[in-house]
Write a protein that binds this ligand. Structure first.
Ligand code: TYD
Ligand code: MG
Length: 471
């Protein structure tokens, strides 16, 4: 009898290793490598015989734009790129308990007004889902509901002419195909199930929404192992203890990525937040030091958030640096530039940085706002309450231009800010429409320190000269 082969697969990234290891060499995650049975013998080489010659086309030509079904949840539609495309496979990933089931039940209910929608729950019983629907006031929605974990049952129910046009699978990690020996939730099972569902979707023109849990332990496969298979990858994120939830597109074959949808978790489910800036700035106090308002962009949308810094008293030994909502590597860089180029001393102080409201910022444009918050925290002088800040910082201390400054200024003006600290090299794109906001051009960090701390550092130009009022 042939020896049963097994291989060791990382449940976070799907990398295959020949032996077990505590830490995956491919993605660096700990305790994610799990032994899985090898399911099939390797296929033989195909060879050139028997295939048909390809018919090549030109790049030019008219192709029908795919029809889209709107979820009637504007924040969700935006992230999808304008609605759900027939036949598309959409993965919605997120931590357990963040609200994926709630969001998809709400979307399913809204979509059921115009389409045949089925919701398959592998995690909760029919009663549990009904209870949630009642809580959300959606009990009357015409969603076909089933609870099963057998993919074979799902496929045979939906592979029909008048089957559903949209199906929700909650979650892909609970589904299993009975032809595989691996347990549900392993990379092999998750990929096989997703593959079958995507194939069904393409064949019948069914939009398939897959829920995938992000897992910290390696027991079940994470949604990352599916990212290459689906058309659209959305992540639902938020800080625990905050009401805000952000739906972020990280891959989209039918629309732009980097778009976000902002929601608030309420007693009655997820409510849309059409103006996130107002929300993120709601609890702002304008008389304290160590805070700066960053005019950021999330996809095509400007979002203003408050960046808070706290610099502790000098400590013995190694000082702490803690960051929430931003990259700790970039904080270290901004601190190093402030120390080296501007002579400010943070080394012996604990430094804490927080993006208020639970948003995660990845833009380098936040550098200048972080620097402003740090300078203000160290000197004890508040950043002017009516100012927004944006700009990237280089290692020489120079402030670099960032994209979409018009949109940022416009949003700031709309929310009543009177001043903006922006890179000096900002391209003179006079789009207009941002109302009246005084634009203060900063060319290096010394300039910023001078403006915020009151004293000019040597070598930088006078402050007043570079201010200009736009109207
Ligand atoms: P859920 O959608 O079950 O999360 P997931 O499917 O991502 O695991 O949502 C879980 C949390 O949401 C739960 O802790 C309760 C909370 N919640 C509300 O606050 N309001 C609501 O109306 C609902 C349905 C859930
Ligand atoms: Mg759930």
């Amino acid at each position: 009898m042939a020896k049963r082969d097994s291989r060791h697969v990382c449940q976070a990234c799907g990398a295959v290793h020949s032996r077990w290891m505590g830490r995956c060499e491919a993605c660096g995650e700990w305790n994610t490598v799990v032994e899985e049975a090898v399911e099939s013998v390797a296929p033989k080489g195909v060879g050139a015989k028997g295939g048909r010659a390809l018919v090549f086309e030109t790049l030019e030509g008219v192709s029908a734009t795919p029809p889209r079904a709107t979820t009637q949840i504007a924040e969700f539609d935006r992230v999808l790129g304008g609605g759900l495309v027939a036949g598309a496979a959409v993965l919605v990933g997120g931590d357990p308990g963040i609200g994926k089931s709630t969001l998809l039940l709400q979307a399913a209910a809204a979509l059921s007004k115009g389409k045949r929608v089925a919701y398959v729950s592998g995690e909760e019983s029919v009663d549990q889902v009904r209870l949630r629907a009642a809580r959300l006031g959606l009990a009357k929605a015409r969603v076909a509901l089933a609870a099963t974990t057998s993919l074979r049952d799902v496929l045979s129910s939906f592979d029909a002419k008048d089957g559903p046009e949209i199906i929700v699978i909650d979650s892909i990690q609970t589904m299993y195909v009975d032809t595989l020996d691996s347990a549900p939730g392993t990379v092999a099972q998750v990929r096989a199930c997703a593959g079958e569902l995507i194939r069904l979707g393409k064949k019948r023109g069914i939009a398939v929404l897959l829920v995938g849990h992000v897992t910290k332990e390696g027991v079940i496969a994470g949604p990352r192992v599916l990212e290459h298979m689906v058309d659209t990858v959305l992540y639902f994120e938020g800080e625990r203890g905050h009401q805000f939830r952000i739906l972020r597109a990280v891959k989209n074959r039918f629309g732009p990525t980097d778009e976000i949808g902002v929601f608030e978790m309420t007693d009655g489910g997820l409510a849309e937040v059409p103006n996130p800036s107002q929300l993120f700035l709601a609890d702002r106090r304008d008389d304290i030091s160590g805070a700066a308002v960053f005019a950021g962009m999330e996809g095509t949308r400007p979002v203003l958030v408050e960046i808070q810094a706290l610099v502790g008293p000098p400590v013995q030994g190694t000082a702490r640096r803690a960051v929430i909502g931003w990259d700790s590597g970039r904080l270290a860089m901004v601190l190093a530039v402030l120390e080296t180029r501007c002579g400010l001393v943070f080394a012996s102080h604990d430094v804490y940085l927080n993006v208020a409201g639970g948003l995660r910022i990845t833009e380098p444009a936040a550098d200048l706002a972080v620097a402003a918050a740090l300078i203000s925290a160290l000197t004890g002088k508040p950043v002017p309450a009516d100012a927004v800040v944006f700009g990237e910082i280089g290692l020489a201390g120079e402030v670099r231009a960032v994209s979409q400054s018009e949109a940022r200024l416009k949003e700031a003006a709309k929310l009543g800010f009177a001043r903006a600290l922006v890179p000096a090299s900002r391209r003179r794109d006079r789009g207009g429409g941002e109302g009246s906001i005084a634009v203060l051009r900063i060319d290096d960090l010394g300039d910023l320190v001078g403006r915020l701390a009151g004293a000019r550092s040597a070598g930088s130009r006078a402050a007043g000269e570079r201010a200009e009022t736009r109207s």
